[in-house]
Design a protein around this ligand. Structure first.
Ligand SMILES: Cc1ncc(COP(=O)(O)O)c(C=O)c1O
Length: 362
């Protein structure tokens, strides 16, 4: 069959997700496993979200609303954008795939940072794009380098803001300068999956920038701060023209009915989710302080995860796993001596730090 398949897929390395808790329970025979590996929200959905899900469960015999009518209306209000400027996907992942499918033909180019979120290159490779990578400079985006990497064949530039796995962000001035140098027929895809976690004043207001730069496509998600990773709802915001083009490649029922009502209920229970953001911020500070005590150095992050330099102690991820703590090794990103720890609940974070201290005999 190798002769018959789309040749582009032969060299694609499929995305490697963080290990699920059940798998570790099964494989290592452990009783109490925590997962700090996939930048998920460690808290359960709000009671209002659970009630909405239960009610919607009674109607899963019906197809979902293809246009996400109620979610669209509420989100448009929440973001102060027109309903026609939104597209929903089965997670940001699907939004990325749809934008690539809509714009890329064999041989077109996509510019990304290195390292960054892997779905950009995986989805691009599948459709035969040439992926041009521009290394981060000390974990910050090299936007000048990315602008230089653009050619006549470039169709999309991806910027994860904040970035994964670095946790750093591109600021207002840097972004504006970059957008000024980029042709207006190139889609600049700002992936703002961690948008809600950033409090800095110089973080770009991408929706305001869209008025000046209509080629700016912004994606956000309900997976992270709203904790709906298991239901898969992401969305894109762009001009009506771009949204209509992407809609051409969208599967008819791409966002399931439970996901739609859950996301809608999240928007209507903002207080619950603001409280979670506050806890994340407190725990971010706790982890900075306690990781410093371990002697491991970590980078300032604007997200719900922390990139930690473990230097020569590269087996720390395995040792943590054996103690029931799943974190992410960064080898696949080319960052051999780094691990990434998702910020969990206070109890989870305390356990993680204590176990690191035990392993390092501190
Ligand atoms: C930068 C970035 N974009 C997108 C995603 C995927 O988001 P979603 O769950 O909405 O597909 C992730 C998930 O880790 C991410 O880190």
């Amino acid at each position: 069959m190798k002769e018959k398949v789309n040749k582009n897929i032969l060299n694609v390395t499929p995305y490697q997700p963080g290990k699920p808790i059940d798998e570790v329970l099964r494989e290592l025979g452990l009783k109490d496993v925590i997962k700090l590996a996939s930048n998920e929200n460690p808290y359960p959905p709000s009671p209002k979200v659970i009630a909405a899900i239960s009610e919607a469960a009674l109607e899963v015999n019906r197809y979902p609303d293809s246009g996400c009518f109620y979610l669209r209306r509420e989100l448009a209000k929440h973001l102060n954008v027109s309903e026609g400027h939104l597209i929903f996907g089965n997670g940001t992942d699907e939004v990325i795939v749809m934008v690539i499918r809509a714009f890329i033909e064999q041989g077109d180019e996509i510019v990304i940072a290195q390292p960054t979120f892997m779905v950009y290159s995986i989805a691009g490779n599948i459709v035969g794009a040439k992926i041009k990578t521009v290394p981060l400079i000390d974990f910050d985006y090299d936007l000048e380098g990315m602008a230089k990497a653009v050619t006549d064949k470039t169709k999309i530039v991806f910027i994860a803001n904040p970035d994964n796995p670095a946790g750093t962000y591109v600021n207002k001035d840097q972004l504006r300068k970059f957008l000024d140098t980029i042709r207006k027929d190139i889609v600049v895809f700002m992936d703002e999956a961690y948008y809600e976690f950033v409090y800095e004043n110089d973080y770009p207001d991408s929706l305001a920038l869209q008025k000046e730069y209509p080629n700016l496509f912004v994606s956000r998600t309900f997976s992270k701060s709203y904790g709906l990773a298991g239901l898969r709802v992401g969305y894109g915001i762009a001009t009506k023209e771009i949204i209509d083009l992407i809609n051409q490649v969208r599967e008819p029922f791409n966002v399931n009915s439970i996901a739609q009502v859950a996301a809608l209920a999240c928007l209507k229970d903002q207080e619950y989710y603001d409280d979670i953001l506050k806890k994340n911020e407190e725990q971010r500070q706790f982890l900075y302080k306690s990781l410093e005590e371990t002697g491991l150095s970590c980078r300032k992050t604007y997200t719900n995860f922390i990139l930690v330099d473990v230097a020569d102690k590269k087996d720390i991820a395995q040792l943590l796993l054996e103690k029931g703590i799943i974190i992410r090794r960064m080898k696949a990103w080319g960052l051999d001596q780094y691990i990434r720890i998702t910020i969990g609940t206070p109890e989870e974070n305390k356990r993680c730090v204590k176990t690191i201290k035990d392993i390092l005999e501190i």
